[in-house]
Design a protein around this ligand. Structure first.
Ligand code: PAF
Length: 288
C-alpha cells in the first residue's frame, strides 16, 4: 500500500511539517501507521515496519533516543546511535516517512515533566522494579510522539512486554485514538531476541546470551510440573553459570502479569527474564 504514495523516503525534523505532509492523507481517510524507535535499527524493527505497511496506508518511523527512559546514565551514553545507516535501512523498506524530533519538541516543558500515569501492578514488578522510571519515561515520550504524529495505528515489539501494556493503557487513558498493536519478538538463529543493544555485544557474548531463550524453552518442556519454584531457580542459576548476571526469571499471567504460583499443562503463561552481560542489559520473554 505504502508504495502508492511515497516514491522516496521523506524526512521530517518537526511535527508541523510532518502534519502538513499528512493532511492530504487524513483528508482521504487513509490510515497512518507509526513505528516509534530509538534507532540502531535491526530486523526486529523492519518486521514492525513491514507489518505496519501491510496494515496501514502510510508508514512513519520515528528515531529518538529518549533520555527519560534510561535510569542508568551510562546505558544512555552507550546506546548505539547511527542515523545515517538507519536512514539507509529505511530507504530500502516500506517506510514512507521518518520523523527525527528534537528533545524540545517532545519535551516542550523540559525533560523533568514526566506524565503522571501509572498502572502500579505493572510498574512495580520486573522491569519497573529493576529500572525505576523506565516505564514512566517510555509512556511520556510515546504520548508526546502520538500527539505529534497523530497516527491511527502504532506498532511495538512484544519483547518489551510491560512497555506494550503501559503504552496501550496510557493511549486509552489519554484518548489518543490509536490502535496499539504488539508483534512477536524476532530472534536470530540461536534464539537471541533482536535488540539494538546486541550491537554492543561481541560475537562470543551473543552466543552466551542465547542462554536466556534456551532457559525459557527448558521451562516450557516442564510445563505443569510440580516443582515450579525449583525450575525457576534452576533457570536463574543456569543464566548465571553461563556468565551473565541474572536479574529475574519469572512466570506470570500474560494478561494481568500476576505471579503464577501453580501451573497446569493447558493454560498460557509468560516467562520473563532479564540479565546483564558485562554492562549490557538484556531482557526477553516467551509465551508458553
Ligand atoms: O522500544 C523502544 O525502542 C522505545 O522504548 C520507544 C518505544 C521508541 C520509546 O522511546
Amino acid at each position: 500500500m505504502a508504495a502508492l504514495y511515497a516514491q522516496e523516503l521523506q524526512i521530517f525534523y518537526n511535527a508541523s511539517s510532518l502534519q502538513v505532509a499528512l493532511n492530504q492523507f487524513r483528508a482521504q481517510k487513509k490510515t497512518i501507521g507509526f513505528v516509534p524507535t530509538m534507532g540502531a535499527l535491526h530486523n526486529g524493527h523492519l518486521f514492525l515496519v513491514e507489518k505496519c505497511a501491510q496494515v496501514c496506508d502510510i508508514t512513519i518511523v520515528s528515531i529518538f533516543v529518549n533520555p527519560t527512559q534510561f535510569n542508568d546514565k551510562g546505558d544512555f551514553e552507550r546506546y548505539p546511535r547511527n542515523n545515517e545507516s538507519d536512514l539507509a535501512i529505511l530507504e530500502n523498506s516500506s517506510c514512507n516517512m521518518v520523523y527525527l524530533p528534537t528533545v524540545s519538541e517532545l519535551y516542550p516543558n523540559g525533560i523533568d515533566q514526566i506524565l503522571d500515569f501509572d498502572i502500579p501492578h505493572i510498574t512495580s514488578i520486573l522491569e519497573g522494579k529493576h529500572r525505576p522510571g523506565f516505564l514512566q519515561g517510555v509512556v511520556t515520550v510515546v504520548m508526546s510522539l502520538f500527539e505529534n504524529v497523530k497516527p491511527t495505528h502504532a506498532f511495538f515489539g512484544l519483547k518489551d512486554y510491560q512497555q506494550y501494556l503501559m503504552v496501550k493503557g496510557a493511549s486509552a487513558h489519554y484518548n489518543k485514538g490509536v490502535e496499539v498493536v504488539g508483534l512477536e519478538t524476532q530472534r536470530n538463529q540461536g534464539g537471541l531476541a533482536l535488540s539494538s543493544r546486541n550491537q554492543l555485544l561481541t560475537q562470543e557474548e551473543r552466543v552466551k546470551a542465547e542462554v536466556l531463550y534456551a532457559q525459557m524453552n527448558a521451562l516450557k518442556q516442564h510445563k505443569g510440573d510440580d516443582n515450579l519454584n525449583q525450575l525457576l531457580a534452576a533457570a536463574f542459576n543456569e543464566i548465571n553459570n553461563a556468565g551473565l548476571k541474572a536479574e529475574y526469571f519469572e512466570l506470570r499471567n500474560p494478561e494481568t502479569l500476576n505471579n503464577v504460583e501453580q501451573w497446569t499443562k493447558n493454560e498460557n503463561y509468560l516467562v520473563l527474564c532479564a540479565a546483564k552481560l558485562g554492562n549490557v542489559r538484556l531482557m526477553d520473554n516467551l509465551l508458553i
